[in-house]
Design a protein around this ligand. Structure first.
Ligand code: SF4
Ligand code: SF4
Ligand code: SF4
Length: 384
């Protein structure tokens, strides 16, 4: 074949040439199923009566950020140093790590966060101006008061006893040293901005939009009698915290159930105060419970050793952080980026600023590889 010498660009033959990337071609319209990134409730968290965010706080512990770990716990539990010592840890009985070797020591990590964390800053809503009184500074009453204060209410807690804490004051000091109980109660008071009045027999001030009576606390009797007489004039609504057991008092191992009861009472009170709008907003939230089978253990071994080595590098709290490294973060994205590596269309992306995985739905074709690659059941294909 004769050779042609090209002297200028004008002499080039017409040929196809890509001069920009192909993002204009929005192939996402071909998709039938859509990958949805959504953290789930793992079995450990699901069996915790307080619903503590276990994988999240353990991840913070792994990174040595005890302040964050404590803040995360205290968004649910005002007394992690008490539950960390006394709770019978039903979470560990459900831990999926047991399928590989043994359960993660969740209780010990919770206690470590309570001991090491300083200046916890759980999310606190702006003041609503609503006034609530809680009768009884037992565990459930304190918890309800704490959560209502975090939700912006101005809360007064009354108790005829000398010290807040109810039955916690009677627990043997080797199980719960008095100085630990003091620290925990003082911390919850300062974090939530509670007003607690002990040795009190009467309800001051008012009017109160709601009075919450903790019937699980021993003091109810005299206090309630005096207060109820005034309720008609000063109180618009009333709510009780009751315990289904015939005995009004808790056993030490039941502390997390008492805290859970207080949390539920606070939510119930908030619904009463917030009205239908809040109830509808809550109902619209999908509950995402992790199906244990969604965790792919066969895809985890490398990470298992990697995380343990990272935590055992002679840094502070190495053994605790090594224990935290054993958590598989079931149902909770820990930004391992297996999905990012797996996506053949580069549609699974790490949002550096928000530190979360996002999907480019303009181009995702719904092949499902990301969902297959995710070891934790976070990414699911849905018909949306
Ligand atoms: S491995 Fe971690 S996230 Fe999974 S169940 Fe156990 S504590 Fe919970
Ligand atoms: S792997 Fe990529 S293209 Fe496939 S479903 Fe996931 S994000 Fe979409
Ligand atoms: S593969 Fe990793 S980064 Fe991707 S969603 Fe699952 S846990 Fe998160």
């Amino acid at each position: 074949m004769a050779k042609i010498k090209i002297e200028s660009v004008d002499q080039l033959p017409i040929m196809p040439l890509t001069i920009e990337d192909m993002t204009w071609n929005r192939t996402g319209s071909w998709r039938l199923l859509t990958p949805v990134v959504g953290d789930k409730i793992p079995p450990c968290q699901g069996s915790c009566p307080i619903g503590q965010p276990i994988p999240e706080f353990i991840q913070a512990a792994l990174e040595g950020d005890w302040d964050l770990a404590l803040s995360q716990l205290m968004e649910h539990n005002p007394l992690p140093g008490v539950t960390g010592r006394l709770c019978y840890h039903p979470c560990q009985a459900k831990c999926l790590r047991r399928k590989m070797d043994r359960a993660v020591e969740i209780k010990a990590l919770e206690n470590a966060a309570a001991e090491r964390g300083r200046l916890p800053r759980p999310v606190k809503k702006p003041a609503t101006g609503r006034r609530v009184a809680v009768l009884g500074a037992g565990l459930a009453g304190l918890t309800a008061a704490y959560h209502l204060a975090l939700r912006g209410c101005q809360v007064l807690v009354l108790d005829p006893a000398e010290r807040p804490g109810g039955f916690l004051n009677d627990i043997a000091s080797d199980k719960l040293p008095p100085e630990v109980l003091d620290r925990e109660v003082q911390r919850l008071i300062s974090v939530a901005g509670l007003d607690i009045k002990t040795c009190m027999q009467d309800l001051e001030g008012g009017p109160y939009e709601l009075v919450l009576i903790d019937r699980t606390a021993h003091p109810a009797g005299s206090l309630e009698e005096t207060v109820l007489k005034k309720m008609a004039a000063q109180v618009l609504d009333g709510l009780e915290i009751t315990w289904e057991s015939s005995s009004a008092s808790f056993k030490a191992s039941q502390v997390s159930r008492a805290v859970g009861l207080g949390l539920q009472a606070a939510l119930q009170a908030e619904r009463r105060l917030g009205g239908d709008e809040l109830v509808q907003a809550e109902a619209a939230q999908p509950e995402r419970v992790l199906v244990p089978a969604a965790v792919k253990f066969e895809r985890l071994p490398d990470e298992k050793t990697m995380r343990l080595e990272a935590a055992a590098a002679g840094e502070p709290d190495a053994s605790l952080r090594a224990e935290a490294g054993r958590c598989l973060s079931c149902g909770t994205c820990n930004l391992c980026q297996s999905c990012v590596l797996g996506c053949p269309d580069a549609c699974c992306l790490l949002d550096e600023e928000k530190q979360r995985i996002i999907i480019d739905l303009y181009h995702c074709k719904g092949c499902g590889i990301c969902s297959y690659e995710c070891p934790r059941g976070v990414l699911a294909l849905e018909n949306v």
